[in-house]
Design a protein around this ligand. Structure first.
Ligand SMILES: CC(C)(COP(=O)(O)OP(=O)(O)OC[C@H]1O[C@@H](n2cnc3c(N)ncnc32)[C@H](O)[C@@H]1OP(=O)(O)O)[C@@H](O)C(=O)NCCC(=O)NCCSC(=O)CCC(=O)c1ccccc1C(=O)O
Length: 276
């Protein structure tokens, strides 16, 4: 049993997930335990919506992504709704491949996202924990990719970010052999940050979030953008640069340009130091 560590308050009504908050932390739970929390298109759409809520909520400083129950974090794309026409079918029959948008949303979100992993993190579910900033695993966690076995692959972040995280040889082993790895192995390889007994999983994850909540949100935001910038290319630099622009807007020098324009006078940037 995973013991709740906070009196979470539900903030929205979804069919496939739960979105709850408490004391500056948002918890997003994939709630399809009967399918080992595999995601269908509706699940991904709801996750994107909930992450958007957490992004916009000024009171939220850290986000937990998890799966319902002790058996699975997420078993990847729901193979029972995978069609023959290039995607996973939503209830109207439209095929989707939209977990990639969610992966990028988690990386661009300027707040730390922590994967809280009990049980299986497999396939696209394994990539989801990988794209989170930190991963806290229960002792029963099991990790792996199955793509080449089930006729799928994630050659984007699933391959490249994994190689950057644990090294090329290990990443290729995971993808080319489709084995499963236990929590101790994942910790040894640097796939997760720590491993705790399953009943302490939420307590430990919340403690890590609370520790981050005591730190400068701007510093964490800039660091996250910096960590992701090279992997995400120009889009990553855009995220980092956008944060720098936001900081510049907060300076007197930045405001001088705006004020001069509003006051219809030439800007006086001469009074600002040309710093070494
Ligand atoms: C996870 C298992 C190892 C768990 O095994 P076990 O504990 O023995 O439980 P089971 O009895 O197998 O499962 C219980 C129950 O859950 C159902 N279930 C489990 N996983 C799935 C799933 N992925 N889809 C649908 N249903 C699932 C299972 O059928 C059982 O229900 P029953 O009613 O009894 O049938 C094991 O379950 C397992 O190996 N699962 C499959 C893991 C897997 O292969 N996942 C898919 C990998 S491919 C992927 O994730 C695609 C990623 C992706 O989406 C993507 C990739 C690249 C580009 C774009 C995209 C995109 O946007 O979609």
């Amino acid at each position: 049993m995973i013991r709740p560590a906070l009196p979470w308050v539900a903030q929205a009504d979804y069919s496939d997930i739960r979105y709850e908050t408490c004391d500056g932390i948002a918890k997003i739970t994939i709630n399809r335990p009967e399918r080992r929390n595999a995601f269908r298109p509706e699940t991904v759409m709801q996750l994107i919506d909930a992450f958007h809520l957490a992004h916009r909520d000024n009171a939220v400083g850290a986000i937990i992504l998890t799966g319902e129950g002790p058996d699975a974090f997420c078993a990847g794309g729901d193979q029972k709704v995978r069609g023959d026409d290039g995607g996973y079918h939503d209830e109207s029959g439209t095929p989707h491949l939209n977990v990639l948008d969610l992966q990028m949303q988690i990386r661009r979100l300027p707040k730390p996202v922590v994967a809280m992993v009990a049980g299986y993190a497999i396939g696209g579910g394994h990539v989801l924990h990988l794209v989170c900033d930190l991963s806290i695993a229960a002792e029963n966690a099991r990790f792996g990719q199955t793509g080449p076995r089930v006729g799928s692959f994630d050659a984007g972040l699933g391959a490249g970010l994994m190689a950057r995280t644990i090294g090329m040889k290990r990443a290729k082993e995971i993808w080319f052999l489709c084995r499963q790895y236990d929590a101790a192995q994942a910790l040894d390889w640097g796939l997760v940050n720590t491993v705790v007994p399953v009943e302490k999983l939420e307590e430990e994850t919340v403690a890590w979030c609370q520790e981050m909540l005591r730190l400068s949100p701007m510093a964490l935001r800039m660091l996250k953008a910096g960590f992701n910038a090279d992997t995400d290319g120009l889009a990553g630099i855009q995220e980092l640069a956008g944060n720098a622009t936001g900081l510049f807007y907060m300076t007197e020098e930045g405001r001088e340009g705006r004020d001069a324009w509003l006051e219809r006078r030439p800007p006086d940037f001469g009074k600002y130091r040309k710093r070494p």
